[in-house]
Every structure is written in C-alpha cells, then in structure tokens.
Design a protein around this ligand. Structure first.
Ligand code: AMP
Length: 423
C-alpha cells in the first residue's frame, strides 16, 4: 500500500454492523488516508471525487459507502430483478475482478448479490448471473454496454455509481461508453456518485461537472506520491552488466516475490529466459500473452508457484498483486508516473518494500524526469564485483511468429512503449 494507516477505525463510522463484520474478517481495522477522508463524506450521501492510485485502499473507500447506502436505503425492495442498485465501472478486467473480490469479502455478511461484466471470456456465465439479478454490477464499460443494450439489465434503480481509475478509462477510449451508461442512470442529484482517478485532471473535472452532483474533491498530499515504506535505490550498470547484476541481487536479497519491469517485449523475453536458465521460476507477462493466460499466470504468481514476474508496463496495467517484496526496474521507465506506478506494486497495506532501479546506458537519461516527478533523489548504489553473478545460459524460447520485414517488429517493445506514452 502506498500509504500508512491512520488512527481512524472503520468501527468509528456509523455503518451497518454486517459491513463491520465483513471488514473485520477481511483484516480492515484502521483506515488508509483516502478511506479516512472520503468515507465520512460519502456516508452523508455527498458525491466524492478522489485522487488516489492503486494501492491506496480506494476500493474499500468506495465499497464501504456503496454497500452501506444499499443496506440503509429504504427503496431497496422496490427494484426489480433486472435492476442493479449499484454500478461500478473499471478500465480493465483484472481491476474489475479485483474489485469484485474485495467487495465479496467486505460484503460477505450483507446478503447483497454481485455480478461481473468484462470482455474476453465467460459471456454466457456473466449474462446468466446478471439476468438472475444482482445488487452490485462491477464491469468494464464495453461489456457492460453490450449487456445493457441487449436489455439484460437496466439502470433505472441504480442508486450508486462508481467510476474507478477514471483517467485510465479515458486513456483506453471508454469515455463515450461511460457517458452513455451514466445518461441511463437516475439524475446525478438522485444517486450517489463516486469517482477515483490517479489525477483529477481537467478532463476528469469536466466529466464530474456533468455527471456528478458537486462532488467533494479529495487529494492525498503530494509528498506521499511515493510510499514512505518503499526503500528506493539505483544502480548504474553497463548494458552487459544488467543480467549479472539482476542475478547477483536476486541471490543476495532473495526476494519472496518480485516483479522485474522491462520497457520492451523483446527484452522481457530475454530476461525471462535468463532468469529461468538460472533457476528462478518466473512468469512472463508481456503484451502478446493472451488475456486468459495472463490471468492464469497471475493466479500462479499469487499462489506462489512462481516468485518472479517479468512484465512490461502495458501487460502489468491494472493487475493487483499483493505483497510484492521487490520491484526491479531492469529498464528505467520513461516517465515519473510510470516509475511511481511500478514501484507502487510493493509495500502495500502497511508492509515495506524495495524498489531497485538500473540506470543503464540506454535509459539512464530518464532519471532526471523521474527524480523531479517524485521530488527526491534516489539513493545511488555501487555496482561492485561481488554483486555480479556469472550467469548460466538462458533457456531457449519458443519461437514466436515474426513480421516478414526485417527489423519491422510490429508488436515489439516499441509498440508497448507507444501505447504507454501517448502524449
Ligand atoms: P486498493 O488500493 O484498493 O487496490 O487496495 C490495496 C490493498 O490494500 C488491497 O489488497 C486491500 O485489501 C488492502 N487494504 C486496503 N485498505 C486497507 C486497510 N484499511 N487495512 C488493511 N488493508 C487494506
């Protein structure tokens, strides 16, 4: 988690005891800052627009308000089977699944029914659940609209709307879908609307102005942009030292669970092959790994079958991975935002974590922007010979189909980077 816990307890809020019980059992006792600041407001029925990133506890921040409202709203018996009472929109299926999971835990004793809508798989299964009737619908905009247009459900009784990671939904081109769904909900002054976004930018402000009812804006102070509990360090290896250094650090630090971030898919393949060749069971998560495979890999990673995940930014987007002990930036990311996003994968929920970056010959020049963005200098470490492990050979990778043109690597790293840095 990117933030310490506050002194505010969930028990201090005037919320339904069934909700308290679920929170308690799921291990939520003290609030994170975004929870402590937003819940008292949203519980009064006022809309909230919160600036909060993944790992800050924003999911529970909106779920508590959402569930409590459904439990206390006297209208709740009037809605029909095909009318969800809350709609939560999220940019990626991984995030939707995670929200559904957190909500099921927190809402375990409330009797509220949950349903998911996301693309890729399980079309009939999702449809059947929604048709049977749910109280809370968690979905990505595309699939949610699809079911909506087929009249699997309608939004006339939708009393709570949540837009999670709103800025990413913009980035991924979902803005028209979001507006469409919002227009089919009750008027903004007749429902509770909650919005969370990594930044409350101008475009988010406009969305909030039209589709929310004068929301209270909540921002967590800028100095907590990077986590207090993340120990950050940086090495300056030569290019050919990067693999020996990664292996040397792995040997020395013995991370319980780590993510190695790479800028390009091509290099991600290579690093994965080196790690496997040197006895580190790893999972490779790059852009061309199909969605369902990503989900299985992630599950195995979560269950401890692998303890190293090699990932590009695009592939890691929206994934929720608890308790990562170490983040390695094998390649420095191009922007401060990406840096913060990557290292935010460690030190969640009060645990401490380590973020280790390599400023190599190719990417060292990104460091200025990153340090400016996080407004601090990252501690420099020396690449000493004892840290360089002589690698065993990499494993042979299955050949992937390549484009015909020599050098024309269509789905390669460049593609990943472009998607990531569209400005
Ligand atoms: P989120 O930012 O919502 O993705 O939450 C990040 C992680 O922190 C999730 O695994 C949550 O279960 C956990 N978490 C959130 N709030 C709390 C809290 N108040 N106490 C303990 N764990 C929390």
């Amino acid at each position: 988690m990117n933030h310490h816990l506050t002194e505010t307890r969930f028990k201090d809020f005037d919320i339904d005891p069934r909700l308290i019980k679920g929170l308690d059992e799921a291990g939520y006792e003290f609030c994170t800052p975004i929870q402590a600041q937003s819940i008292p407001i949203s519980l009064t029925g006022k809309d909230v627009a919160g600036e909060a990133q993944t790992g800050t506890g924003k999911t529970a921040a909106f779920m508590v308000a959402c569930i409590n409202r459904l439990l206390t709203n006297p209208d709740h018996d009037k809605h029909q089977k095909n009318q969800p009472r809350a709609m939560i929109l999220a940019p990626t299926r991984e995030l939707a699944i995670q929200i559904h999971k957190d909500a099921s835990a927190i809402g375990k004793y409330t009797g509220l029914k949950l349903g998911l809508a996301y693309g890729g798989t399980d079309y009939e299964k999702q449809r059947n659940i929604l048709q049977d009737g749910v109280d809370i619908l968690v979905g990505t905009p595309g699939r949610t609209i699809d079911f909506f247009k087929q009249k699997v459900f309608n939004l006339r009784s939708c009393d709570v709307v949540v837009l999670d990671e709103a800025d990413r939904m913009f980035d991924l081109g979902f803005i028209d879908d979001m507006r469409y769904l919002l227009r089919h909900c009750p008027e903004p002054d007749k429902r509770l609307s909650l919005l969370f976004s990594a930044t409350l930018s101008h475009r988010i402000g406009e969305l909030a102005y039209v589709h929310m009812n004068d929301p209270a804006e909540i921002r967590i102070q800028a100095e907590t942009k990077t986590a207090d509990k993340i120990v950050q360090s940086i090495y300056y290896p030569a290019n050919e030292e990067k693999i020996p250094l990664l292996l040397g650090l792995m040997n020395k630090l013995k991370p319980t669970r780590s993510i190695v971030f790479i800028n390009t898919k091509r290099v991600a393949d290579k690093v994965y092959a080196w790690l496997e060749g040197n006895g580190y069971k790893s999972a490779l998560l790059s852009g061309d790994v199909p969605q369902n495979k990503r989900q299985t890999l992630l599950k195995k990673f979560q269950d401890g079958e692998f303890n190293t995940l090699v990932a590009t930014d695009v592939a890691a987007r929206g994934l929720h991975i608890p308790e990562v002990s170490h983040v390695f930036n094998f390649d420095l990311p191009q922007s401060g935002e990406d840096y913060v996003h990557r290292i935010g994968r460690t030190a969640r929920a009060g645990a401490s974590g380590f973020a280790i970056s390599f400023a190599c010959e190719d990417f060292a020049h990104y460091i200025m922007d990153i340090e400016e963005y996080i407004d601090q200098k990252i501690g420099k470490e020396a690449v000493t010979s004892d840290l360089l492990t002589k690698p065993k050979p990499p494993i042979k990778m299955e050949r992937r189909p390549r484009p015909n043109k020599p050098g024309g690597n269509r789905s390669g790293g460049g593609g990943n980077r472009n998607q990531n840095h569209r400005r």
